[in-house]
Write a protein that binds this ligand. Structure first.
Ligand SMILES: NC(=O)c1ccc[n+]([C@@H]2O[C@H](COP(=O)([O-])OP(=O)(O)OC[C@H]3O[C@@H](n4cnc5c(N)ncnc54)[C@H](O)[C@@H]3O)[C@@H](O)[C@H]2O)c1
Ligand SMILES: [Fe+2]
Length: 381
């Protein structure tokens, strides 16, 4: 038996942030990205809370790839303050921090059961609608992906006004994260008609608007579309899960602190080639793995499908690489210029083992061996 549901109520469109002034509470614990506080974006949250006479406390000790230590600190401050609502504003890191704070604080004190409202300020992770949070074990250079139904936010608010300030590099990385979510969910062994529809729409929007929002920071229409695509892709992978690309990207983030979306982008063309068994010099065959038809559908949505499976997969991979080059995303690790080949090679074994064990890898359409994963890590150097 399969099931599909959307637990999160999504507010979007004009004045969506006004929802905050309607919260039925007198206390809100706000988890905010430090940039959001510094830049004054936080006022978009604070003003409606003040308007509704809601007392608030701001926890802004949020860092990218949230370490466990920061969550522990947040749990202690949340329990001291004791709110009925947690409002998170920021990128995936702030939202994941808030999800973990709510979960662990509730375990310590069973009476602490706040509702969670997530407000993304990047367009990438879709964390505002998912049951996932990715924490970091800094001492052991490891990522800890958590997944549980009780982490799904109760509400999400999408307002493009919050993403206008995202600089081009982060627009590119987070946009590639969205694209990867949609593509991996689409070919996941857990895919279904509902997740498929969401993933197709997310990819269609990325094809039309991602470059536009990268090239013209203030293009509110493009920003709004990509912000919604990120959420659609989040809903898709919340239902279908992800794949080997994320399983391997988590290890690049843990070992070399490569931004999550960038790590996915570098891997994605290689994962498509690996899953479809169609490499750079692919020849046509009598039959292909089932994921090839799905990748070809995605290529059609993007308008780059042509002659047959081989030419379409090649065009699909080229399109992704074209997007990356247009947005100055490095195509491989060496192009980044800050990691030595020796350091990289030294970590391949440990990364491959962790990628094989990563929960995302379990739903990849092709079951990888340890050696195959190592080969892909070598290929992206
Ligand atoms: N829970 C999920 O479902 C899920 C899915 C994918 C990724 N993730 C996790 O999310 C994290 C990545 O999230 P992210 O890509 O959103 O990045 P992020 O939250 O780490 O933010 C990246 C940078 O962007 C800045 N920033 C945020 N909003 C901004 C704005 N409006 N203007 C200018 N700068 C802004 C932040 O200060 C930070 O320096 C990773 O830890 C990743 O593992 C979680
Ligand atoms: Fe992701």
């Amino acid at each position: 038996m399969k099931e599909f549901d959307v637990k999160t109520k999504i507010y979007f469109g004009e004045n969506a942030l006004k929802r905050l002034s309607e919260l039925k509470t007198d206390k809100a614990f706000v988890v905010a990205d430090p940039f959001v506080v510094r830049s004054g974006l936080i006022d978009f949250v604070i003003d409606p809370l003040k308007e509704a006479n809601i007392d608030y406390y701001i926890f802004s000790d949020v860092v990218p790839d949230p370490p466990l230590e920061k969550v522990v600190k947040g749990v202690s401050e949340a329990l001291d303050f004791g709110a009925e609502y947690i409002v998170a504003i920021g990128g995936g890191s702030a939202m994941d921090t808030s999800k973990a704070i709510r979960k662990f604080a509730g375990k310590i004190n069973g009476a602490f059961t706040p509702k969670l409202v997530c407000i993304p300020t990047t367009s990438g992770t879709g964390s505002e609608v998912t049951s996932f949070a990715v924490l970091s074990d800094v001492k052991n250079n490891a990522k800890i992906p958590l997944a549980s139904e009780d982490m799904v936010p109760d509400e999400a608010i999408l307002d493009e006004v919050l993403v206008k300030s995202v600089p081009p590099e982060i627009t590119a990385d987070t946009g590639m994260d969205t694209l990867t979510h949609a593509i991996e969910a689409y070919v996941s062994v857990n895919n279904n008609e509902f997740s498929g529809a969401l993933a197709e729409k997310a990819v269609e929007i990325c094809g039309q608007f991602l470059l536009r929002s990268y090239n013209y920071n203030g293009d509110a229409h493009a920003r709004r579309k990509v912000h919604i695509a990120s959420c659609l892709a989040g809903l898709a992978f919340n239902s279908a899960s992800l794949g080997l690309c994320h399983g391997m990207a988590h290890q690049l983030g843990a070992q070399f602190h490569i931004a999550h979306g960038r790590a996915n982008a570098i891997l994605l063309p290689h994962i498509i080639e690996y899953n479809s068994e169609i490499g750079a010099f692919g020849r046509s065959k009598k039959s292909y793995p089932p994921c090839v038809r799905k990748y070809c559908n995605m290529a059609r949505v993007l308008g780059v499908n042509n002659l047959n499976e081989v030419t379409t997969i090649r065009a699909f991979v080229s399109y992704i690489q074209y997007l990356m080059m247009e947005m100055s995303v490095p195509l491989n690790i060496s192009e980044m210029g800050r990691i030595s080949r020796e350091d990289y090679e030294a970590k391949i074994d440990i990364m491959a083992k962790a990628a094989l064990a990563d929960a995302c890898t379990a739903t990849n359409p092709r079951v990888p061996s340890l050696d195959e994963i190592k080969e892909i890590y070598r290929a992206i150097w």
